[in-house]
Design a protein around this ligand. Structure first.
Ligand SMILES: [Zn+2]
Length: 339
């Protein structure tokens, strides 16, 4: 059984779905441009990724492999004012074909993190004060995370989500209204609407294609929604380590919860909420502790960006009151100068 598994793994090595990309080894310009470059995938490639040639495998059959570097190189902090910053030790590119799952709380197949590696993830934003504070803490440490914004929040505060995207963080989605897609009342159509409208809202806010990364509200993985995401080639994120920041009484509690779990587990995808005030307050200390503990940050990024569905993009633009550029009367804008 083990050798069969070994053979299977060997065969899927040809279809490497996760590639390690060294982040800090090239020029400063490269570091700055890394995120937008990754998003700007040629249309043909995105279409190919969105159109699987064969019926999608069951989630259990998702093929994968991971490239873990032999020995992570020291990460020079280019373009970073903080010489002792946490930084990003490597960037992994995810082939989201078939909708692979990440985070051992629910998906135990893709064990791609090396010992002492963490992925920082943030849900439920964008939100005034808290999200900008999270961004500042990450920037101060020259490090990056994966954000799962709520569609409605993205329409309330598009300028904040734009800042998240512009800072080079990975931006996925977390439904339109944070509905539980696994509840008894949930229908396939509503689940689809929640997923698609959420992505369209993110796209409208950042003015670019989101990444095909998704996190279920409350980590409620409904089977129908899982199948839908698989067909849309969207990777699903659970977590390895829940900060439970939404119920923390203060920042210290979040720091202690995360560090205790991290020291026990040794690595993992950490679930936090940029929506939460205490998380924003905790982050500077938490990132220092992560650094002091010898942990390294890995940034996850999709190989191909997400193609939203035009009908949801259009419906959203109709629904959301897009601010008009000017409230000046016509006569002050247009004047006849010759007749
Ligand atoms: Zn959430």
């Amino acid at each position: 059984m083990r050798s069969a598994l070994g053979l299977m793994l060997a065969s899927v090595m040809t279809a490497v779905v996760i590639a390690a990309v060294w982040f800090w080894t090239s020029s400063p310009k490269r570091v700055e441009l890394a995120a937008p470059n990754t998003v700007a995938v040629p249309l043909a490639e995105r279409l190919a990724a969105a159109t699987p040639a064969k019926p999608l495998a069951r989630r259990d059959d998702v093929e994968f492999t991971a490239a873990i570097p032999e020995k992570p190189a020291a990460a020079p902090q280019l373009n970073c004012a903080n010489p002792d910053a946490l930084g990003v030790s490597r960037v992994v590119e995810i082939d989201t074909t078939g909708g692979p799952g990440f985070g051992f709380q629910h998906f135990k197949q893709l064990d791609f993190l090396a010992d002492k590696e963490v992925v920082l993830t943030f849900d439920d934003g964008p939100w005034p004060n808290n999200t900008p504070a999270v961004l500042k803490a990450l920037a101060d440490e020259c490090t990056k995370g994966v954000f799962f914004p709520i569609g409605k929040h993205a329409t309330y505060h598009p300028e904040i989500l734009k800042q998240v995207f512009a800072a080079g963080h990975t931006v996925g989605a977390h439904t339109w209204s944070h509905a539980n897609l696994n509840s008894k009342k949930m229908t396939d159509q509503i689940a689809k609407d929640e997923i698609e409208k959420g992505y369209s809202a993110v796209k409208l806010a950042i003015g670019a294609a989101p990444q095909p990364f998704f996190r279920f509200p409350e980590l409620q993985h409904g089977p129908a929604a899982m199948a839908y995401l698989g067909n849309r080639n969207i990777a699903v994120f659970s977590c390895d380590l829940d900060s439970f920041d939404f119920r923390a009484k203060n920042a210290d509690q979040i720091v202690n919860t995360v560090m205790t779990k991290l020291d026990k587990q040794g690595k993992g995808i950490i679930l936090m909420h940029d929506f939460q005030k205490h998380t924003a307050e905790a982050l500077p200390t938490l990132l220092r502790r992560i650094k002091a503990g010898g942990y390294k940050v890995v940034l996850m990024r999709a190989k191909a960006s997400m193609q939203t569905l035009p009908e949801y993009d259009e419906a959203l633009i109709r629904d959301v009151k897009v601010p008009v550029a000017s409230t000046r009367p016509v006569s002050s804008v247009v004047q006849t100068v010759s007749q």
